[in-house]
Design a protein around this ligand. Structure first.
Ligand SMILES: *[C@@H]1O[C@H](CO)[C@@H](O)[C@H](O)[C@H]1NC(C)=O
Ligand SMILES: *[C@@H]1O[C@H](CO)[C@@H](O)[C@H](O)[C@H]1NC(C)=O
Ligand SMILES: *[C@@H]1O[C@H](CO)[C@@H](O)[C@H](O)[C@H]1NC(C)=O
Ligand SMILES: *[C@@H]1O[C@H](CO)[C@@H](O)[C@H](O)[C@H]1NC(C)=O
Ligand SMILES: *[C@@H]1O[C@H](CO)[C@@H](O)[C@H](O)[C@H]1NC(C)=O
Ligand SMILES: *[C@@H]1O[C@H](CO)[C@@H](O)[C@H](O)[C@H]1NC(C)=O
Ligand SMILES: *[C@@H]1O[C@H](CO)[C@@H](O)[C@H](O)[C@H]1NC(C)=O
Ligand SMILES: *[C@@H]1O[C@H](CO)[C@@H](O)[C@H](O)[C@H]1NC(C)=O
Length: 836
């Protein structure tokens, strides 16, 4: 493993190509919009004085969300988890058990607690819960109405893992408790059935059916319903385990590969009579593949049945295997249940002792087919239960748990391969859109507290948005969807977040609404709103292509023009914020497109157009559009005037200070300019306070953090920055937008401001805000930059998502670089004198 992430990536791409997949970048998708924690609205949060809110049980009809956390179980109102009406069961591990736990050498900060890991409904009146209880698991039957801890507990060691971090899954199906984990440190992983007349386990000899398995999820599929063959209900298990068979891993054969598996058991299995007594007779497992072998770590699975078990699909997320720990990437795959069934109906694998490996079994297979559930066919032959099965079948089952065929994703390809993201959880909803089609909407939780919402359109994923639901980096540990509340509940270490499935109001224009391709949202002529099943007339939506249905003029509404006036040679930034990460910025100057690349003085960036070293011919009308899916939306319009020089004024002598800071070729122009502009500077004398602060940093320029920020820059002629006392009547600004101003407003968040460490004095009350600048400019300056002949003032700077990779090549960064470069080439000594 050498060569760094770039090398690894190349290797992965080559591997993908070699295996006939599309290039990973074709399978990647960029979230269309980014909603950071601070921009998030409409969410509700719940947390109490504990941690690890990881076990969720939603009872949608009852309107209750139960939450199993560390040392507590909560019953929250699902319509508003934050409404304060919650009920709590405190269920802490006893001090003695905690002492025991400490003595076993466990961590007293994370492990020696009662982590509630199982929470399900047992019957109409009771819930069943299990907790790790400081490495001494206990279970409890809880009266759901009274919601208090019972006086009597059950031993939990066969139902719940000791270790709070151990992979675990559990379900209650028709009164039976089906759990799978490695219960104790020394025990083998096991799929068990408890709370049942016929408790069952997996077989351990002569072969282990499970090999160091780490469980992810289990899913009940009611395959007995309307079954023409009298089939049984099945429980599917998704897990990782050490592979005994030959794997397709072609790089590192020395390493024992861990692979993803799907296994299943039949609900009516009661074990064998003599052989496989109290063991599953219906256990079968198969390899689950998604993408190239490196995406091998199964993280989450969810199932969706579209109104009949035969249409069940499983969605699964995978991340890169541990040896690629220097980088993060995820793959998302979809599996039809028919593909899983096909594998279980195919050939078996057999372990060859002499070769010490698994390979395809081609010998005779006894009847009824080993591992299958009891069906009408077997009943007709007199096999009414698994206890009636012949020894030959049970012996075969014992030795052939693994299937030869792999379960491949639908389309034999992942839906998504996403770089720099580790999807830790996913949940899926199926939405009937206006076009009559149903679309699967995936909510994927990341390892750092974000939710990606995506829609699957013709086997291609479009990520509608990425939303930062937790400020602190933490993996999303559970996700549950409520159709009734139209909410998504997100469980993580620090708490529970309830967010709406859709925030359609975030899309402010018809184009924005259509381009979002959010199946929950449609444009009703005035606003983007959530569609309901009942009233769907007069609404516009286009999930398939995301660009049709809006009136052609609706994207080109008139925006107020903003005037910018600068002096020749100044730099000017015309800000234009692209709300969509998928949009391309298009700038028109006097109606024809500005091509940022060809002209070295014009640079089109993600947050605006930068014109450096302006010339008079740069004057004109600039319009900024966002172009997406062939649609153009007007986002900003500027009228730029570049003045060749400032008008002369004969009354004042040239200022030596200013002259010294001008570049030689500009000297004469500036000297005369100063003469005129000194009067303007009375207004701006306040800035001197800043300047005096900055003076301490003489010759040193703070260019701001080269990191994402949305910046409103105003261009300023240095000539304005002159100390002087002039007559009041001369104070009127000749070029009102040409000079620097301090804009009143709220100060940026001190804690997050990148310039917090600067010794900037609190400014006195600034002069009133010129009308044309009020648009979007609301913050006090927090960085003042002074350059040779040009001063830049950062008038607005907002925190941007640090976690988002989308802004990595920020325009601001580029601007900083340009400024830095110019500083080095044009810096004149004693620069600050003019401001003293
Ligand atoms: C949840 O809150 C809603 C609105 O406040 C209320 O109508 C409902 O009865 C509450 N549900 C429960 C289960 O308390
Ligand atoms: C946990 O253990 C450490 C060292 O063993 C000790 O310093 C600390 O006080 C303990 N914390 C608690 C909450 O018991
Ligand atoms: C539910 O189970 C509990 C515990 O086994 C039992 O006490 C209770 O009677 C059951 N309720 C119903 C309605 O069967
Ligand atoms: C519980 O939360 C703490 C704090 O975030 C974390 O360190 C720990 O790993 C979590 N434990 C489990 C079992 O999730
Ligand atoms: C299976 O059940 C049928 C009817 O329920 C019964 O006639 C038959 O004897 C049973 N067979 C066995 C082997 O128990
Ligand atoms: C998966 O199921 C869907 C619909 O249920 C079907 O259209 C598709 O062809 C199936 N794909 C495979 C590979 O079986
Ligand atoms: C744009 O039009 C204005 C007048 O409307 C003209 O002064 C200016 O030179 C034009 N700019 C360019 C680059 O064509
Ligand atoms: C911009 O300047 C034009 C003429 O130069 C003027 O008509 C318009 O009102 C100005 N716009 C603003 C917002 O000041």
């Amino acid at each position: 493993m050498s060569g760094g992430p770039a090398h690894l990536l190349t290797t992965l791409f080559m591997a993908a190509a070699a295996m006939g997949y599309r290039h990973a970048s074709d399978l990647d998708a960029t979230p269309r919009t980014t909603v950071t924690f601070d921009e998030l609205s409409g969410v509700r949060r719940f947390n109490a004085h504990t941690l690890n809110y990881s076990t969720l049980l939603l009872e949608d009809e009852r309107g209750i969300l139960y939450v199993g956390a560390r040392g507590a179980i909560f019953a929250l109102n699902s319509s508003d988890v934050a409404d304060g009406s919650h009920h709590t069961i405190h269920w802490e591990a006893s001090p003695e058990k905690q002492m025991d736990c400490l003595q076993k050498g466990k961590n007293n900060k994370t492990e020696c607690f009662n982590h509630v890991r199982f929470l399900q409904r047992l019957n109409s009146t009771h819930l069943y819960a299990c907790g790790t209880y400081a490495f001494h698991p206990l279970c409890a039957t809880i009266d759901a109405n009274r919601f208090v801890l019972p006086s009597h507990f059950e031993e939990g060691k066969e139902k719940c893992p000791y270790d709070p971090a151990r992979g675990y899954t559990g379900l209650i199906v028709d009164g039976g408790l089906y759990t799978a984990t490695r219960y104790e440190f020394r025990s083998l992983p096991d799929i068990r059935r408890n709370l049942h007349q016929r408790p069952l386990k997996t077989e351990e000899s002569p072969l282990h059916w499970l090999n160091d398995a780490e469980f992810v999820t289990s899913v009940l599929v009611r395959e007995s319903k309307d079954s023409p063959v009298g089939d049984d209900d099945k429980i599917y298990y998704f897990f990782m385990e050490r592979a005994g068979e030959e794997t397709t891993s072609f790089f590192d054969k020395s390493q024992v590969a861990r692979v993803a598996r799907v296994a299943r058991v039949c609900k009516s299995d009661v074990g064998g009579k003599k052989i496989l007594q109290r063991k599953w007779t219906s256990f079968m497992k198969a390899r689950l593949v998604c993408y190239i072998p490196y995406y091998e770590v199964l993280r989450s699975v969810c199932s969706l049945d579209g109104g009949g078990w035969a249409s069940t699909v499983f969605y699964a997320t995978f991340t890169l295997s541990a040896q690629w720990r220097t980088m993060e990437a995820s793959a998302v795959c979809r599996y039809n249940i028919s593909a899983v069934q096909r594998a279980f109906e195919g050939p078996y694998m057999e372990y060859q002792d002499w070769a010490r490996k698994w390979s395809r079994y081609d010998g005779a297979v006894p009847e009824p087919r080993p591992g299958s559930c009891i069906t009408d066919h077997s009943r007709r032959k007199g096999y009414n239960s698994s206890q009636d099965l012949p020894n030959s079948v049970l012996d075969f089952v014992k030795l052939h748990p693994l299937m030869f065929e792999e379960v491949k994703p639908a389309g034999e390809e992942p839906l998504l391969v996403k770089k720099n993201v580790a999807y830790s959880q996913l949940a899926v909803d199926r939405v009937q859109a206006l076009d009559g089609c149903s679309y699967d909407v995936l909510f994927m939780g990341t390892g750092d507290g974000w939710i990606h919402k995506a829609v699957v359109v013709n086997s291609v994923i479009h990520i509608v948005e990425e939303v930062q639901v937790f400020r602190d980096l933490q993996p999303v540990e559970s996700l549950v969807i409520s159709r009734i509340q139209r909410s998504l509940y997100v469980g993580a270490a620090s708490g529970i977040v309830q967010m709406p499935l859709a925030s359609c109001a975030r899309y402010t224009s018809c184009y924005d609404c259509i381009l979002a391709r959010d199946p929950y949202c449609a444009w009703d002529g005035r606003a983007c709103r959530t569609i309901t099943t009942t009233d769907r007339t007069g609404l516009v939506q286009d999930i398939q292509s995301g660009n049709k249905g809006c009136w052609s003029g609706s994207g080109r509404g008139s925006l107020p023009w903003k005037n910018r006036t600068v002096l020749q040679g100044d730099d000017v930034l015309l800000p234009c914020d692209q709300r969509s990460n998928l949009a391309r910025a298009v700038w028109l100057l006097n109606g024809s497109e500005v091509l940022g690349t060809g002209q070295d003085r014009l640079r089109v960036g993600v947050d605006g157009l930068l014109v450096t070293d302006t010339l008079p011919q740069h004057s004109g009308e600039y319009r900024c559009y966002g172009e997406e899916q062939g649609l153009r939306t007007l986002l900003a319009a500027y009228s730029l005037t570049v003045l060749p020089e400032l008008p002369r004024s004969p009354t004042v002598a040239p200022s030596p200070h200013a002259a010294s800071q001008a570049t030689n070729d500009m000297k004469v122009a500036y000297i005369s300019a100063i003469v005129t502009l000194v009067v303007l500077c009375t207004v701006l004398s306040i800035i001197l306070l800043y300047m005096s602060c900055l003076e301490k940093r003489k010759g040193k320029y703070v260019l701001g953090e080269p990191r994402p920020a949305s910046v409103e820059l105003q261009t300023v002629s240095a000539n304005c920055l002159r100390k002087g006392h002039r007559e009041e009547e001369e104070e009127e600004l000749t070029y009102p937008d040409g000079c620097l101003r301090i804009i009143p407003g709220e100060a940026p968040t001190a804690a997050t401001s990148p310039v917090k460490e600067l010794p900037v004095a609190v400014p006195p009350l600034p002069p009133p805000l010129p009308a044309e600048l009020t648009n979007g400019v609301g913050a006090l300056p927090n960085v003042l930059r002074k350059m040779n002949g040009n001063s830049y003032m950062l008038l607005q700077q907002q925190e941007e998502p640090l976690a988002s990779p989308l802004y990595s090549a920020s325009f601001t960064e580029e601007l900083s670089k340009i400024l830095e470069k110019r500083k080095h080439t044009q810096l004149v000594e004693k620069l600050d004198e003019s401001s003293v």
